[in-house]
Write a protein that binds this ligand. Structure first.
Ligand code: PGA
Ligand code: ZN
Length: 432
């Protein structure tokens, strides 16, 4: 009998950062070790990502996860018992055989990803090594401490659509360690808080911990972010660059974009022009989902125009799926992949998406969701797979700092050589 043989699989209901239920899977092995993982959940979801299965009905806003929990405790537990947790591929193949639907709509992407991640943790627990070390060893990859993109202002679906842009983030390009990157970002966050407080009573924070966007226009949000970087004492661009997640699928479809703040409807070309003006005026290193997921031509045109001056990141556009990454690459749409395990549904599929991006020489950003918990699996994936970038939300709120603090500990264990650095990141303009 192998020591990593699965003895029991159990799911329970736990709570996420938005006061909603989610599920945690715990896996116990024959050798006595055990491990657990929790499914995250998104608010601005791509239409082709794995389904986050919810019970519906009146209780808990319809968000309860009773059927996903039953799926784990019933068919999934029965099928995984006796399998080796250290064979991730075999575990995930069993999960996929139980729910062969393209979006995991039968058992739920949330049931599958919590279980798939718990198996990875259980295999690492059996050997006593951190999961990132185990993954790095398995993939013959030197562990990499990724550079963080950190939210300063939240917006879009994470802030009652107060502004159209969903995420206004910073990247500490000149930092020499993740510890320093976090310190630099904290200075910017504190400066931003001061500026916001001067303008009026602070309205709290958005879903991912960034300040509530009390702005009259999207540009005002960008201006305030630039000012926060300067007041924190950094050179915008060279030292601290701006990164945006437009999440355009939230307000655009069929080639039309509705700018809520300005009560204006624009077409795809006008949207590209608007984004272009921001890229000319602000030192931006990365722009995610600049056009909607159904606007392939817009994404092609945007990537052609700006792809050499900024990272064009696909999130809703490619939903962590190898096939969609291949297609986007062939179309010349995007040049960087966001990697969210729960969009894929299993770690094996997440890894396949990561490898597809690598094959096309795209960089990767491992990402959390707006609904998060203390689970830090994405840090292990980023470090162990050698992704150079990570995105987790802001530097406030425990579900976010759990990830940053995990990176600090890993950096201490791995040493300075593991730091990905950020000097290689492009900057759209130096004329801010
Ligand atoms: P979500 O947003 O987790 O609410 O989908 C995060 C993102 O769009 O990157
Ligand atoms: Zn996004």
């Amino acid at each position: 009998m192998s020591t990593t043989q699965i003895k029991a699989v159990h799911a329970r209901r736990v709570w996420d950062s938005r006061g909603r239920p989610t599920l945690e899977t715990e896996i116990r092995l024959e050798d006595g070790s055990s491990a657990r993982a929790i499914a995250p959940a998104g608010a601005s979801r791509g239409s082709r990502e794995a389904i986050d299965l919810r019970d519906g009905g009146k209780r808990l806003g319809g968000f309860d996860v009773g059927s996903a929990i039953s799926a784990v405790n019933g068919p999934i537990a029965a099928a995984l018992k006796g399998l080796n947790a250290d064979d991730q591929d075999a575990v995930d193949q069993v999960l996929l055989a139980l729910d062969p639907s393209p979006t995991k709509s039968q058992l739920g992407g949330n049931a599958l990803i919590a279980t798939s991640m718990a198996a990875a943790h259980a295999a690492a627990a059996a050997t006593g090594e951190p999961l990132y070390r185990r993954l790095a060893r398995l993939h013959q990859q030197a562990p990499v401490i990724p550079i963080p993109e950190i939210q300063i202002f939240g917006g879009g679906a994470h802030a009652g659509r107060r502004i159209d842009i969903q995420d206004l983030m910073v990247v500490a390009r000149s930092a020499r360690s993740v510890a320093q990157a976090l310190e630099m970002t904290a200075e910017v966050y504190i400066a931003a808080g001061r500026i916001m407080a001067e303008r009026g009573p602070l309205a709290g924070v958005a879903d991912e911990g960034g300040f509530w966007p009390a702005f009259a226009t999207n540009e005002e949000a960008l201006q305030t972010l630039l000012k926060s970087i300067e007041q924190a004492g950094y050179v915008p661009g060279d030292e601290v660059a701006i990164s945006l997640d437009i999440a355009a699928s939230e307000f655009g479809s069929k080639g039309r974009y509705r700018l809520g703040l300005e009560s204006r409807d624009i077409d795809s070309d006008a949207m590209i022009e608007l984004l272009g003006r921001w890229l000319e005026r602000f030192p931006i290193c990365s722009i995610e989902d600049p056009l909607a997921e159904d606007d392939v031509q817009g994404m092609q045109r945007f990537t052609k125009a700006w792809g050499s001056r900024v990272q064009v990141v696909g999130d809703d556009f490619i939903v962590t799926q190898a096939g969609l990454i291949d297609a986007a690459h062939a179309q010349g749409a995007c040049n960087t992949a966001l990697i969210k395990p729960n969009q894929a549904g299993t770690l094996t599929e997440t890894r396949a998406a990561f490898e597809a991006a690598r094959r096309h020489q795209w960089d990767t950003i491992v990402s959390a969701r707006s609904g998060e918990t203390e689970d830090t699996t994405i840090c292990d994936l980023a470090i162990g797979w050698g992704a150079r970038q990570i995105k987790v939300g802001s530097i406030a709120r425990g579900e976010r700092t759990a990830k940053w603090n995990a990176l600090i500990r890993a950096e201490e264990a791995l040493g300075a050589d593991a730091w990905a650095g950020g000097q290689w990141l492009p900057i759209s303009t130096r004329n801010a």
